[in-house]
Design a protein around this ligand. Structure first.
Ligand code: SF4
Length: 368
């Protein structure tokens, strides 16, 4: 076995109902036969996974993996364990949406080897949740997290959304405090993106979204509150108690290799980035042919040295580890640090909270 680490991502493009803001590839209210066929196709793909690589993280994401029920998910993780060499401390995450998993599901998931939950809480305000088209209220989100804890999960993350119409910094801090009070170890906080084709996008003319200044004020308030509560701000949108950074996401940010299995899943493997089309029927049809049959790997170009370097800088600057910047960009990096956006030691630029807020502009400047 080679110890070169590898991560696995499994995509579950099924949701009970589409949220008003969602542009991810996921289908609502699919029949059980489709879900069974899809899981069967995932099993076929698991049978092609490389045996010789050490798997350091497995992530079941979506969509709403928990909407398939614990039994299907546990069966898949068993197949993965049979086929692959999982590191003794392998992080195994499953995304759960409140209202789609009960206490017995969490017990089953924990017993099967899942050791991390990522819960789509989004807000502690029921009106906000209804506005977003979520299928749950905050009481259900609280129950979901407490049930996961009772089942043994000691590594739980919660996702939250900010920059919503009419949302004040106080409203959002209430959500932050509410999930912190539940004892979650990780929080991801994303600003709402209005995606064309979504119901929220269609209604955008009738809604009053916060301007840039108001959004920055909320971001500043959330960073300050989570720092007070002991969370490290280790990536633009990610905060963790010490020892609870998301290993799987770290693989993405550090350009580690990962295989994405399922319709719409992306991979970075063997020097290429490639993906499977967002088409569950095509995935089901091709999954039994070979590991890469459902993807565009064959035609995807190899990443050039220059592209790899760009990716390294771009991804690194989004994290609290920062990035060693190319020699030609070091004068700019020094100026960026002197302007108060981070720290530069002559080689590595590390952005601070002020820098994170304008990271796209800074990354563009460093990479020109
Ligand atoms: S639960 Fe997540 S993936 Fe599903 S519709 Fe809502 S935002 Fe999209």
């Amino acid at each position: 076995m080679t110890n070169k680490p590898l991560s696995l991502y499994f995509h579950f493009p099924f949701c009970v109902k589409k949220c008003a803001y969602c542009a991810f590839y996921s289908l609502q209210a699919q029949p059980e036969e489709i879900k069974n066929a899809y899981c069967g196709a995932l099993e076929k793909q698991i049978g092609f996974l490389p045996r010789e690589r050490e798997i350091i993280s497995v992530y079941f994401g979506g969509g709403t993996p928990s909407s398939l029920g614990a039994e299907r998910l546990c069966k898949l993780i068993e197949k993965i364990k049979e086929r692959c060499s999982l590191a003794p401390d392998c992080e195994i995450t499953v995304e759960v949406n409140p209202g789609t998993a009960g206490e017995s599901d969490f017990y089953a998931l924990y017993a099967a080897g899942f050791n991390r939950i990522s819960a789509g809480v989004q807000s502690a305000n029921d009106e906000t949740l209804a506005f977003l088209g979520r299928i749950h209220d905050f009481r259900q989100a609280r129950e979901c997290i407490l049930a996961a804890k009772r089942a043994g999960f000691a590594n739980i993350g919660a996702d939250l959304i900010f920059a919503l119409p009419g949302q004040s910094a106080e409203d959002f801090l209430h959500s932050i405090d509410s999930v912190c009070d539940l004892g979650v170890q990780h929080i991801s906080a994303y600003s709402l993106q209005l995606e064309p084709g979504t119901p929220l996008y269609a209604k955008r003319g009738t809604l009053c979204f916060p301007d840039e200044e108001a959004e920055e004020a909320v971001y500043g308030a959330l960073c300050a509150r989570l720092k007070e509560r002991g969370y490290e701000h280790y990536e633009i949108s990610s905060f963790a108690l010490p020892g609870f950074r998301a290993r799987h996401n770290g693989v993405y940010w550090n350009r580690g290799e990962y295989l994405g299995i399922g319709a719409g899943a992306h991979s970075f493997y063997g020097g290429k980035r490639f993906s499977a089309p967002c088409d569950i029927n095509a995935f089901i049809q091709k999954a039994g042919d070979s590991l890469f049959a459902p993807t565009d790997r064959e035609t995807a170009p190899f990443i050039t040295v220059a592209e790899a370097e760009e990716e390294r800088v771009m991804l690194g600057l989004r994290t609290s580890d920062g990035a060693v910047v190319p020699p030609g960009a070091r004068v700019k990096a020094r100026r960026i640090a002197e302007a108060g956006f981070g720290v530069f030691d002559g080689e590595r630029l590390v952005l601070n909270e002020k820098g994170f807020r304008v990271s796209n502009e800074i990354i563009a400047e460093v990479l020109i």
